[in-house]
Ligand binder design. Structure first.
Ligand SMILES: NCc1[nH]cc(CCC(=O)O)c1CC(=O)O
Length: 331
């Protein structure tokens, strides 16, 4: 007679999106968990969320905010999944009451990267010709680039990493180049296609909140999973990302805004945080920074709130009000 499996014999089910990037990320987490609990079996369950199924409707017109997460969260809550592996930057700053962000592992490169169409000679943003077309559907990227390089043009570019790269490389396509996260490209072994890393100190680009980090989401109150995932958490990455998410949560006010950020540990216990808020056309922008010694999630969230308050005081509210009226797309 077959043994009746006890709950701890049941495979631990990890949910994620159905892209190559998402699966690679989930496999990485699975391999780490496997080392922590060698006796357990694991199963990766992929799902194509609404945000990936509908590629034509403008993101801001789809109504729901959590287009990439809500179906996975439903399966978490119903018990069909035990864990969801997200790109942290795709996770809304407010999660459903029934779920929680259990762990943020060591963050990869948070920067944006420039990728030029195969065969073209350009190697950096500053060498692109006037009128070059940048593929991106992120208002954070297009607004910031327009601020720095007013002669650039922009065209929407959606789809997973490989699809976007193929569209840009297509000799018939209008794109001269695209901007993507360095971590996303590196994780699917396309890091060699990066022509330039973008950051505030060399060119003025700030990355998205949470970019380059993973967010491990569980059912609220699942203490066993929480304890297990705690072992994958990285203290500095967690505090930096919580500070960034707090900044976004404070500024967002229910709507998406083109806001860029950078966080840097200047001493092992001191977090330096810089941020920019840009109008959609790049004509107006506000930049601020804060720094504090911190060691707890509460202190990190306070720092994010302080930076938000400084930005608002410096004029970010005027920019944000205009954007709320225009209802922009998020990343
Ligand atoms: N916007 C979609 C998205 N969400 C997470 C990543 C890549 C992984 C990451 O940066 O954490 C990407 C691709 C991109 O923005 O270039």
């Amino acid at each position: 007679m077959a043994a009746v499996p006890t709950p701890s014999d049941a495979p631990l089910r990890i949910g994620t999106r159905r892209s190559n990037l998402a699966v690679v990320q989930a496999e990485g987490i699975r391999d780490k968990l496997q080392k922590l609990v060698p006796g357990r079996s694991f199963e990766i369950v992929t799902l194509r969320p609404l945000g990936d199924r509908d590629k034509t409707t403008a993101l801001y017109e789809m109504g729901v905010k959590n287009l990439w997460t809500f179906e996975l969260e439903e399966k978490l809550v119903s018990g069909e999944l035990d864990l969801v592996v997200h790109c942290l930057k795709d996770m809304p700053t407010a999660l459903p009451e029934t779920c929680e962000l259990a762990s943020i592992p060591t963050r990869d490169d948070p920067r944006d990267a420039l990728i030029v169409k195969a065969g073209l000679p350009y190697t950096s943003l500053s060498t692109l010709p006037d009128g070059a077309v940048v593929g991106t559907s992120s208002v954070r990227r297009s607004a910031q680039l327009q601020r720095i390089y007013p002669s650039l043009k922009f065209a929407n570019l959606r789809g997973n990493v490989e699809t976007r790269l193929a569209k840009v490389d297509d000799p018939e396509s209008e794109y001269t180049c695209m901007i993507m996260s360095a971590a996303g490209l590196q994780r699917v072994n396309l890091g060699h296609r990066i022509n330039e890393y973008l950051q505030s100190s060399t060119g003025g680009m700030y990355h998205a909140v949470g970019q380059g980090a993973l967010g491990l989401e569980i059912r609220r109150g699942d203490t066993k999973m929480h304890e297990l995932l705690n072992q994958l958490a990285d203290h500095q990455s967690t505090l930096a990302c919580l500070a960034e998410r707090s900044l976004l949560r404070t500024l967002e006010g229910g709507c998406s805004v083109p806001i860029g950020v950078e966080t840097e540990w200047v001493e092992s216990d001191t977090l330096h945080m810089r941020s920019i808020v840009v109008s959609l056309d790049g004509s107006e922008s506000v930049r601020e920074h804060v720094e504090a010694r911190l060691s707890t999630a509460e202190e990190a969230e306070l720092l994010g709130q302080q930076l938000a308050a400084k930005l608002v005081k410096a004029g970010a509210q005027t920019i944000l009000d205009t954007i709320v009226i225009n209802r922009p797309a998020k990343e």
